[in-house]
Design a protein. Sequence first.
Length: 367
Amino acid sequence: MAEKKEHEPMKVVRALFALGSALILTGCSWLSPATNVVEEISPTILMYLSQSGDSELECTIVVPAVKNEKKQVLTVRGRSMKETRLKLNFIHNREFKSGQMRMLFLSEDLARGGVIRHLNTLLLDQEITDRLYLAVVRGDFAGFLREQIRLQKNYDRILYKRFRHYENQVTQQNLHFFLRDYYSHYADPHLPLFEVRDEQLVYTGTALFRDDRMVGGVPEDEDTFFQMIDNQHGHFPIVPFPEREVVLGKVTTTRKIRYDAGRGGIVITLRMEGQVDEYTGDKNLGNRHEAEQFIRELKEDLEERIRELVRSLQRMSVDPLQAGLSTVTPFRERFPGEEWRRVWPDMPVTVRVDLGLTNLGISKPEE
């Protein structure tokens, strides 16, 4: 028995050597196309959901290229996301995997009809990250994707880099933050709004939601000011003020929202700093008195503009700013449950802007 045990390791070595030789002689490999699992799946980073004319769900994905295949765009219809996914697997020769999905675009019609049932389906997929970017898009986005992929095979990845590049300058929301605001009594979700326009995908503002339905939006010309009060800290390369004939650059903002219990209202404080990049008005900004007057007028314009923007949110009964959270203390909820949604549209709001500008021009002698 001892002699038998002594030779067993050599038997194992010889068996492994024989197996390796057989694999080499027969041309078989762990990386053979017949057994390579990587080539049997299609990880996609972009999905587009829309509503078809017969109220079915329409799902469009960008299929990555594998080996000698070209990247392509596929669209299927179904009564649910699960059904569309099964159809995609059926018409394609590989199984679609969602672990690499980074962007989900929703058509405006679908967004206005309600999106939570589709998002809940995504949550059931353990491969999908809750950092998945969400966006609403107007126009024929599926057709636009087909054309762009034909012209630029990596357009889906270019679009993903674009999302990451413009953080804190345009609205950006992922699945986690959308669901956080949806389930909160003191906030409402909002998403970036794009439009297919002149063969380009153009950012046109912010889509506003009440519960899970889109009810309106912040237009493009007001969206920069929305970003200033939506984010605690903001960075903006350029902020134009056409009515004051000035363009500000390198703008940074700090925003605070608090509840004034004495007055029973919300106070929004915005600290804004930047430099004058261009000025075509009549004032001599090199003169201290004229510069102070100019800053004061610009500050008043900003305060009124933001006040009107907040009023528009209140008229739509949406609170994307999470102003309701400022009413909550560790020991008290002043407006519990659905009470905040009832009082918010009529809540008094005070806006205070602290504006600091540099590069106002060369000082001239006062006459």
